[in-house]
Design a protein around this ligand. Sequence first.
Ligand code: ADP
Ligand code: MG
Length: 483
Amino acid sequence: MEWEVVIGLEIHAQLSTKTKIFSGASTAFGAEPNTQACAVDLALPGTLPVFNENALRMAVMFGLAVNSEIGKRSVFDRKNYFYPDLPKGYQTTQLAEPIVGPGYVDIETDDGETRRVRIHHAHLEEDAGKSLHEDFHGMSGIDLNRAGTPLVEIVSEPDMRSSKEAAAYARKIHAIITTLGICDGNMAEGSMRCDCNVSVRPKGQEELGTRTELKNINSFRFIERAIDTEVARQIDLIEDGGRVIQETRLYDPDKNETRSMRSKEEANDYRYFPCPDLLPVIIDDAYIDAIRAELPELPDARRARFIEQYGLSEYDAGVLSSDRNQADYFEKVAELTKNAKLSANWITGELARLLNQADLTVKHSPVSAEQLAGLINRIQDDTITGKIAKNVFEIMWNEGGSADEIIEAKGLKQVNDTGAIEAAIDQVIAQCTPQVEQYIAAEPDKRGKMLGFFMGQVMKLTQGKANPGQVQGVLKQKLDKLC
Ligand code: ADP
Ligand code: MG
């Protein structure tokens, strides 16, 4: 039996407002527990919420960026449930009349095709506090700092057909919200969290299978792994004659398995009703148009421009445009070096490698765009080889300084002096008699391949500083003369 996978995502993104959605308390991350929740966030008696207009603006920006209809009238509802991290007893959210109506984003699949994922709607709501299970013996701690932080919850249609597509969709949403500057996108800190709804059905069947919901997945890699694991579990279950039950499951990355959290039968009855403390939010075309006029260039448009303007590959253009800071960094380096391809290679190669290792993003890169451009320019004018450039880059990363300063201080200038290069080649030829004899004995069309060995020896002898183009030319001449 062939199975088709069906996935819909609910993504929560924390909006980067300075203050909470209904109060003036700070939203800054990392403060001492319970120092940033005020009386309004806890809905203490006598308090009234006041809606933060910045949260509204950001939600409208998002809606416009995903081709949605904006709700000119939206309404806040109370979703009632009690949990220790929600002592007020209800979450203020939107149900029937959300701020963002139906829209879509396009994702690029691995085979280079474009797939459209429809967005059902996106609504504004407040975040809850956080339960802390470590550090408290036999008890849980509650930190209410996060309570009242504005969220936009983005609900997709079940339009994705593989874990890869789900991750690509999540990446696209991440690129959009970070480019808009409405969310910092930090998944490890929980600024963007993903619930994945997963079902399978026999290929060709119209009706959707029963889904399970995988909660709070906090990296793109885990989205793929959690879905793959859950799909395998569902297929095994059905093929063994069982039935998937609708439930919420938790993904455990350490064991790479999903476990049941609560089933539909245990699900809460939320008794939604319109919040009597908040008026409906009414906005007009002028308000929406003013926001539309100030939208930045979005990732899809930037990606297309990178291909068109700089001749980048679809892949490089996709990677570089997925993060606004990275895209800005690239454009600065490309402008200073006039070599977009080499700039892209360095940014997606060496720079990305060291950033990853240090768990940093481009925004906090210790090497600035100007520094990297300076380095690339020294490769372009043959002052240093590409190989030495990697060393210079590491020094730059660890100790700072410009390419010129480092090259000067460490004596790394490329050797272009023909005399010095010839001397090194002569020395290698003299030392490697057996290899030279093999070279002479080889068929002429096999010799090209054998040059690599001699190249390596010469580069080693010159500590990587010899101009590789010159070495290659002279080496071939000298060896061929011997044949
Ligand atoms: P609920 O109201 O119970 O949360 P929704 O209908 O709003 O359910 O769907 C929540 C999410 O689950 C949406 O992203 C939707 O696309 C997805 N979804 C719904 N049905 C399925 C299914 N059978 N398989 C996979 N995803 C689904
Ligand atoms: Mg839901």
